[in-house]
Design a protein around this ligand. Structure first.
Ligand SMILES: [Zn+2]
Ligand SMILES: [Zn+2]
Length: 336
């Protein structure tokens, strides 16, 4: 098969992904081979490719094929797989597999499993024609999902949904969503589903426009230093941050009012924490399979939409550069 393969981490400007022939994998017992229709391009793909996460052991192997939000059709069944049929549309999320026995797996939090395998980070992912999957970790795709462009439901979709859950929202609440990129634009919709008033905080006119299209009640414009938000300090019951910027995190923490909830969906540090405000700080990371299935159900009913721009897998270096510069509106999706 053809795939975009990472042999060595490096800055995206040096085109570290190579489009080349790669052995088509064979499904073992309990696995399936999926013929890929579309794969979303995630900011975390860029972090891995550029070597930002080597300290965390990512990528776990080289060469590796990135990509962890995937829609395809079952091409081949490994031995012992009887819950799926050839030709059936399925999706893969970052959670490729987990141990099934630890405290987190047994309490429905398998996305936190310490021995989880991550699609495109510890095993080959979706910037390719085919991908292997564990039959118990793929999702059947209901009617109403667009196989060509809804692959990002499998990462931004579930990530946004879980963050909105973590933000303790209800009809009386106001939530600020900071960073209106691939995840943030979905978080506006998922926060609306919980009844909250949603205010987007954006650094670009294009993203602000997208926020309005996605149902934001209001948009606050800021700059890349996030240094003009004083008048909004202590005003939000909940704040969700998806902007991968320490300045955004620092500024956003100040927006939370007393006893409010601060949800971080990105790497970063908490500075200047004012304990006297009795704020709750929560991390949110992807989500378990139960949240993923809820997202698929909601999307099949038209309640969660992904704004996408489509490209070819072979263009992945270019697309990642555009994402790095903030030139992708919504989410980029690659097709073989
Ligand atoms: Zn992702
Ligand atoms: Zn486990």
């Amino acid at each position: 098969m053809k795939a975009m393969v990472l042999h060595d981490v490096g800055k995206i400007e040096s085109n570290p992904l190579k489009y080349e022939d790669y052995p088509t994998p064979k499904p073992s017992t309990g696995e399936i081979l999926v013929k890929i229709i579309s794969t979303g391009v995630c900011h975390s793909n860029l972090h891995m490719i550029e070597g930002d996460w080597v300290q965390y052991g990512v990528p776990a192997k080289l060469p590796i094929i990135p990509g962890h939000e995937i829609i395809g059709k079952v091409a081949e069944l490994g031995e012992g797989v009887n819950n799926l049929k050839a030709g059936q549309p399925v999706g893969l999320s970052p959670l490729w597999n987990s141990c099934g026995r630890c405290e987190h797996c047994l309490t429905g939090n398998e996305h936190l499993c310490d021995s989880a395998q991550i699609t495109g980070e510890t095993v080959d992912g979706g910037y390719a024609e085919y991908v292997l999957a564990k039959a118990n970790y793929v999702y059947s795709i209901p009617e109403g999902i667009d196989l060509q462009s809804d692959a990002p439901l499998f990462c931004p979709g579930v990530t946004a949904y879980r963050a909105s859950k973590m933000a303790a929202l209800g009809p009386e609440s106001t939530v600020y969503v900071v960073g209106i990129g691939g995840v943030g634009h979905v978080a506006i919709q998922t926060s609306k589903l919980f009844g909250a008033r949603v205010i987007a905080v954006s650094t670009s006119d294009e993203h602000a426009q997208l926020a309005k299209e996605m149902g934001a009640d209001d948009v606050i414009m800021t700059n890349r230093n996030y240094d003009n938000l004083e008048k909004y300090h202590d005003s939000a019951g909940s704040v969700i941050v998806f902007s991968p910027s320490q300045k955004a995190i620092d500024a956003s923490l100040r927006l939370v009012k007393k006893r409010g909830t601060f949800v971080m969906g990105v790497f970063g540090d908490i500075h200047d924490f004012r304990f006297v405000k009795e704020i709750k700080v929560r991390g949110s990371m992807i989500g378990p399979r139960s949240d993923m299935n809820e997202v698929l159900y909601l999307a099949s009913k038209g309640k969660i939409k992904i704004k996408t721009t489509r490209f070819k897998v072979a263009e992945a270096n270019e697309v990642l550069k555009m994402m790095k510069d903030g030139r992708i509106v919504g989410r980029a999706v690659l097709s073989p």
